[in-house]
Design a binder for this molecule. Structure first.
Ligand code: UD1
Length: 374
């Protein structure tokens, strides 16, 4: 059997791919896989350490594309990825999520007549200004087999003219990783001590909140970021805040001279965390404030209230059924959300269908049949 060429590039891809590779190896018969890392994320904390934490095998190749404009990064992944199709002669290329590497490799495979499999298809924020939205729409147009995490995705795909027989609802592989990782998640106190951070923050009777920010719309503009960080200072007055920073955000804070806004007695700033450390922080948080897609899903699975600092979400099930509330950058809505949590009225929600830790097995069972029939 020819291998499936599996592509990862940025942090959320690693988290989604780990359970898929495990399920491919555990399938009877095993499905051969070749793992390729595009190198979109390259920091030790954003890449190498995550491989270990998630139990991902070492990739056969790292294309080392690094950072650049979206266009340059996408083009560079395409240029470096194409020869791998000759080397490995894959039966299909499997891509996950919505990062630039996802689109780049799907397009190369399509152009070379290799079937494309897309995991996490059909999510739509309906904001074409987001790079991820373009990546999602275009990747789905090119995919031969589309695996979805929530039922809203099938409607989006049907509206875009994608035949329903190409689409398969399987649930959420991100949650497979949560279920797998929870057993060995790090203790929050240990994580803070490890970074020399003030762990007494965790002793506050009201608990603590976790904050992450990295979307270009929130962190690339000086005024927007300043206003958001000032607002987060107000949140910290109510609920101690652990701010886990992304390299993109750190770079903006430095560039715009905003580091002073982080020096709040009830705010602790940490560098990017390993998966198991982050899981430990989030699982024990009273509240999460974020613009990440993955955290909206993880908090829903863990039953932790989440305030999403965006005006839209491509994951509506987290709002309709889960613990997520969209608050954008609206001061009143954010402070109201914090107050609700402090008063024990935080959103509890329920875990959506298929977010049960077995999505990767369902993907691999379908994939095996599909490859046999192809
Ligand atoms: C990318 C994804 C985003 C995903 C996020 C998770 C796209 C369009 N965006 O955003 O969907 O939610 O990853 O983290 O693919 N940088 C480093 N070290 C690294 C990686 C990045 O310092 O290892 C810095 C660089 O300054 C770089 C910036 O972060 O320019 C942005 O990196 P990039 O990969 O372009 O996008 P992310 O913001 O990480």
């Amino acid at each position: 059997m020819k291998p499936v060429l599996c592509v990862v590039g940025a942090r959320p891809n690693f988290i989604k791919m780990a359970p898929i590779l495990r399920a491919m190896a555990a399938h009877d018969p095993p499905l051969p896989a070749v793992l390729v890392h595009t190198g979109q994320h390259y920091d030790h904390a954003m890449s190498d350490r995550l491989f270990t934490a998630l139990g991902l095998p070492q990739p056969v190749t790292n294309l080392e594309v690094g950072s650049a404009s979206h266009t340059q990064q996408t083009a560079e992944v395409m240029r470096r990825f194409e020869p791998l199709l000759d080397t490995h002669q894959p039966s299909a290329v499997l891509v996950v999520g919505d990062v630039n590497s996802t689109l780049a490799c799907a397009l190369v495979a399509r152009q070379r007549g290799v079937p494309v499999l897309h995991v996490e298809s059909g999510l739509r924020s309906f904001e074409r200004s987001m790079p991820e939205e373009l990546n999602r729409v275009l990747t789905d147009q090119m995919a031969d087999r589309l695996y979805t995490t929530e039922h809203s995705a099938a409607d989006n795909l049907a509206r875009e003219g994608i035949a329903p027989e190409r689409v398969q609802f399987v649930g959420n592989v991100m949650i497979d990783s949560v279920v797998h990782g929870l057993v060995s998640a790090s203790e929050a106190r240990q994580t803070l001590r490890q970074w020399g951070a003030n762990a007494t923050l965790l002793d506050a009777p009201q608990g603590f909140a976790v904050l992450t920010l990295h979307r270009p719309g929130n962190v690339d503009d000086a005024d927007t970021l300043r206003a958001l960080l000032q607002l987060m200072g107000e949140v910290a007055e109510q609920l101690p805040l652990l701010f886990v920073t992304h390299p993109r955000t750190r770079a903006s804070i430095r560039r715009y001279g905003l580091a002073g806004l982080l020096k709040h007695p009830r705010m602790v700033t940490l560098p990017p965390q390993d998966y198991l450390e982050m899981l430990g922080l989030v699982a024990h948080a009273r509240l999460v404030l974020t613009d990440s897609g993955g955290l909206q899903e993880e908090t829903t699975a863990l039953g932790v209230p989440c305030l999403t600092l965006r005006d839209s979400t491509e994951r509506p099930v987290t709002v309709e059924q889960g613990t997520n509330t969209l608050v954008g950058r609206d001061r009143e809505a954010i402070l109201r959300g914090v107050q609700a949590v402090l008063e024990g009225r935080g959103k509890c929600g329920k875990v959506p269908e298929g977010w049960d830790g077995h999505a990767a097995e369902r993907i691999v069972a379908d994939l095996y049949q599909w490859l046999q029939a192809a």
